[in-house]
Structures are given as structure tokens and as C-alpha cells.
Design a binder for this molecule. Structure first.
Ligand code: ATP
Length: 235
């Protein structure tokens, strides 16, 4: 069950220095949905997430979150509104153990999960609590990266290629985790290259190409869009 419109991105443009990367991105996310951005390498998916998080220096257009304009907000303010970003490189500190990594991101809002609630979702992490970041498998690192943003009180989670480099059985676990988070009321904006995985969790898709959204459809419309999608993604 999904609620009203929670994120509205309109004519979003972004630059890295002089490089103009996003050329007018338009899409919406409704509360409680899992929405996936698809597209080839370099299309601008990660840049879109970073723009929403406010960590791209120069951006233009409009991003409304819960009806509030955030295009000029600082990343700190955006985090306090309940948006979190889980980067592709995961950002686990090698020299810290699992507990320290979990406790690192500051709590920005009420409503975050307790450690017990987190361990209920990720039982492995409880067993690995005093293991150092370097000792974790890729799957454990990804779980930890998701787990620690759940503590902060964020309700809108942006996950950048959470399945990258992981074995099929772990990818399946990540899928179950995302389904569970959706059930708990989180809204999720996902970037994925693994289309097969995306199709197991997404309610809707948008296709990014050359810094623009060129298409969008729901999971129910997926079969009818398969040929187009193969052409877009080159798979
Ligand atoms: P990928 O899966 O490869 O990350 P993507 O769709 O997420 O693909 P982006 O990471 O958003 O693509 O990159 C979009 C474009 O911006 C690419 O041409 C990339 O080379 C460029 N780019 C990304 N990061 C930077 C940066 N820090 N400085 C300059 N250019 C960048």
C-alpha cells in the first residue's frame, strides 16, 4: 500500500565543476513505494541520488520532499528531514568494528530503529558485532551499510547498487530485506544495474539516459516494456 507523493523531482540539473551531468530529471516517488532508477553506466543515476541528498555542489531545478523545496537545502538539513543515502562503495570503516560502524551515523530524527530491531532484521550483524569492518564479507558490509541508516530515523532510503559484486544468495537476502523495509513503511529509491533483482522488489521504474528520464513504467507494465528496456540497457 502506497501513500501520497513524497518526492517530486522537476527539471533537476547538476554539474561536477564544468561538467553538466543532469539535464532536466523529472520523476516522483510515492510514500511506501520502491522505485528503481535504471540506466547504463554513466547515465546519471548516482548523480541523481547525490543531488537529492544535497551533496552535489551545483544543482538547479526543483526537488520537493514532503512538499518542502530542498534544492538549496544543505545535506545536513536534508538528512534531518529523513532522507538517507547508502553509497555504492558502502562506506564501512575498516578500522572500526560492526558495533562502532552501526553507532557512527548520528540520529537525526525520532523514529529510528533500536539496535534490537536492527538485529531482528539482520541477525548476522548481531553475531558479528565485534568483528572489524575489514573482516566482513561484501554482503555483510552491505547489510551493515543499510542497517546503520535505519538507526538514524531516516524514512526515505536511497540505495545505490546494493547488490553490486554480491553472490546470488546474498542478493536474494538483500531483496528480502528491502521487501521487509517496504512492509515496515520505508520508502525506497534504488539504483540498480541488476535488472533481474530490481524486478523482484520494485513497484515502478524510471530509465535514465544522458542525464534525463526517458521512460517510466510500473511493475505491472514491465512485460509490455521488456523489448524497449533491453534496448535502453543494452542487455
Ligand atoms: P554508474 O553506474 O557508472 O555509477 P550512473 O548512472 O550512476 O552510472 P553517475 O555516477 O551519475 O552515473 O555519472 C554520470 C556522469 O558523471 C558520468 O559521465 C561520470 O563520468 C560523471 N561523474 C561522476 N562523478 C563525477 C565526479 N566526481 N566528477 C566529474 N564527473 C563525474
Amino acid at each position: 500500500t502506497t501513500g501520497g507523493n513524497i518526492l517530486q523531482v522537476r527539471n533537476l540539473e547538476a554539474w561536477y565543476g564544468e561538467s553538466h551531468i543532469l539535464h532536466g530529471i523529472n520523476f516522483d516517488v510515492n510514500a511506501g513505494e520502491v522505485v528503481t532508477l535504471l540506466g547504463r553506466n554513466g547515465a546519471g543515476k548516482t548523480t541523481t541520488l547525490k543531488s537529492i541528498m544535497g551533496i552535489i555542489g551545483k544543482r538547479a531545478g526543483s526537488i520537493r520532499f514532503n512538499n518542502e523545496e530542498i534544492i538549496r537545502a544543505t545535506s545536513d538539513r536534508i538528512a534531518r528531514m529523513g532522507i538517507a543515502f547508502c553509497p555504492e562503495e558502502r562506506g564501512i570503516f575498516a578500522s572500526l568494528d560492526v558495533r562502532e560502524n552501526l553507532l557512527l551515523p548520528p540520529i537525526v530524527r525520532a523514529g529510528g530503529l533500536s539496535l534490537d530491531q536492527i538485529f531482528e532484521l539482520f541477525p548476522n550483524l548481531k553475531e558479528r558485532l565485534s568483528s572489524q569492518g575489514t573482516k566482513l564479507s561484501g554482503g555483510e558490509q552491505q547489510m551493515l551499510a543499510i542497517a546503520r541508516i535505519l538507526r538514524t530515523g531516516a524514512s526515505f532510503l536511497m540505495l545505490d547498487e546494493p547488490t553490486e559484486g554480491l553472490a546470488p544468495v546474498i542478493i536474494q537476502q538483500i531483496g528480502h530485506t528491502i521487501a521487509r523495509l517496504k512492509k515496515e513503511g520505508f520508502t525506497i529509491l534504488l539504483v540498480e544495474q541488476n535488472f533481474r533483482f530490481a524486478s523482484t522488489v520494485a513497484d515502478r521504474y524510471y530509465v535514465v539516459e544522458h542525464g534525463k528520464i526517458i521512460d517510466g513504467f510500473s511493475n505491472a507494465e514491465l512485460a509490455a516494456n521488456m523489448d524497449k528496456l533491453h534496448a535502453y540497457l543494452g542487455v
